[in-house]
Design a protein. Structure first.
Length: 477
């Protein structure tokens, strides 16, 4: 077993007291018994819906090496014959372990935030930096008050690079999280109308994203989208935070990591960039202009982390979009096939427009149609009705032939649909599912997009179960 934390160091990091016969160490850190691996430490965090202390038996059955539990819960857990570390508060103990992991690390640390593109940029960075050294990257979208310390606590002591995603939906959240990460490089991918229900304006969202600069180490870097309308505000915040090295990426003439040429095709794009004076040409194996922005951010951060760009950029070629974030599936329908673009993980006005632009350029076979399957964009507050209805011209530009809608907020678009497009509206994803299964035919391209909790991932699952894959692996993004 590879030891991530020896027991003595883990006890010291948590500030707790050991109980029972402690193992030599633990191989990892877990907060979920469904994914816990043998030899890992299980932190029994109390969340909004579940209390980890209720899953102590399941953790032991899964092979947990140590349970980290709260003092107040100990009487109820006394019957569990497993080594424990007893702490006043389990989440705080996890934060302390994350901070201890950061303190012992000599890796170049990159933190990524933004309204769109965080997870994809992180995934791109992980892929390209792996050609330059060992990389630790946050799993999935672990970017909140428990995800960030968990990702830190899982960081191996000897990795060369580490990439963390930092999210928020209220002011002040990023400040506390970046104070744990303490990055050498902070990236802001873009500012858009996400979580607008919790903010008065896009400027307020930008200021909340700009909190990331408060944690950058002395001598570190800020990397900001130069094409973003809030560039000046963000760069000013970076300077006020004491960051001397402020860089831009994008298509703007003054961007240091600049797109020079973009030639898209059905499976990706050929790209020429100028990166801090270097001219580079490479292929990106994912479709969409927004993916190019993410690639420029990843490229810039990798350069600032000291990686040799000509050595690592070939890794962009085999990058594929992640599940729910633009991943493509080619599925059989009768004697032919159709393409499914899975954008079901999240949605806000900016990412919705980006996904619809991808649909607009997606190829369809003879007789095939472009089908947009759209669900609610959440956390838009009083702006919601206007922003949903405002998608109509974007959908028209996307050359969609059929528009399938579901969700309470999407009713605003259903009542004011784009002209000359077949539109169907249902209350929810379950009611929309049979309509979608019957509608799709060979030659079509189907794009599914919504906020995660609307449950449109069920539509993706229904299509992939109902229609067999035409290839062994999902198509490139």
């Amino acid at each position: 077993m590879n030891i991530l934390w020896d027991s003595q160091a883990l006890v010291a990091a948590t500030g707790g007291r050991p109980q029972g016969n402690m193992p030599e160490g633990v191989s990892g850190i877990s907060i979920d018994t469904r994914t816990l691996k043998r030899g890992e430490a299980f932190f029994a965090i109390k969340g909004e819906n579940f209390d980890g202390h209720d899953f102590g038996t399941a953790a032991i059955a899964a092979g947990a090496g140590v349970l980290v539990v709260a003092e107040e819960k100990l009487p109820a857990l006394g019957r569990l014959a497993a080594p424990k570390i007893v702490v006043p508060d389990v989440l705080q103990a996890l934060e302390k372990v994350g901070q201890a992991a950061r303190s012992r690390s000599r890796a170049k640390i990159i933190a990524v935030t933004g309204s769109v593109g965080k997870t994809t940029t992180k995934a791109m960075l992980s892929r390209i930096l792996s050609r330059a050294g060992t990389v630790h990257a946050a799993d999935k979208s672990f970017n909140n008050h428990w995800g960030v310390p968990l990702s830190l606590a899982r960081m191996p002591e000897d990795c060369d690079y580490a990439v963390f995603e930092i999210g928020m939906n209220h002011p002040g959240e990023i400040t506390s999280l970046v104070g744990m990460v303490l990055p050498h490089i902070a990236v802001v991918t873009a500012v858009a109308a996400a979580h607008l229900g919790f903010f008065k304006s896009l400027d307020e969202i930008a200021r909340a994203k700009g909190e990331i600069f408060s944690g950058v180490l002395k001598g570190g870097h800020a990397l900001i989208n130069r094409d973003d309308e809030r560039w000046k505000l963000l760069s000013k915040m970076a300077a006020e935070a004491g960051i001397e090295h402020i860089w831009g990426f994008g298509e703007h003439a003054r961007a240091q990591f600049k797109l020079m040429r973009y030639e898209p095709d059905a499976q990706g794009a050929q790209i020429d960039v100028k990166a801090a004076g270097q001219e580079l040409s490479f292929r990106l194996g994912a479709t969409g202009r927004h993916m190019v922005q993410n690639a420029l951010a990843a490229l810039g951060a990798a350069h600032l982390a000291g990686a040799d760009l000509p050595r690592i950029v070939p890794a962009f070629d085999d990058f594929a979009a992640e599940e729910g974030r633009g991943r493509r599936h080619v599925l059989r329908r009768g004697q032919g096939t159709f393409t499914l673009i899975d954008e079901s993980y999240n949605a806000n006005p900016a990412s919705m427009q980006a996904a619809l632009r991808v649909l607009a350029t997606a190829p369809v076979a003879d007789g095939g149609r472009r089908i947009a399957v759209l669900g609610d964009m959440l956390e838009l507050g009083s702006h919601s009705q206007k922003l949903h209805a405002g998608l109509a011209p974007v959908i028209a530009d996307a050359r969609a032939d059929i528009l399938l809608l579901a969700g309470a907020e999407m009713k605003a678009l259903a009542d004011n649909p784009p002209k000359d497009i077949q539109v169907e509206y249902r209350a929810n994803a379950d009611e929309l599912q049979p309509l979608l299964l019957n509608a799709v035919r060979a030659g079509d391209t189907v794009m599914i997009k919504s906020s995660k909790s609307i449950g449109f991932s069920k539509l993706v699952e229904a299509l992939t179960k109902h229609f067999p894959a035409a290839v062994d692996k999902p198509a490139r993004g």
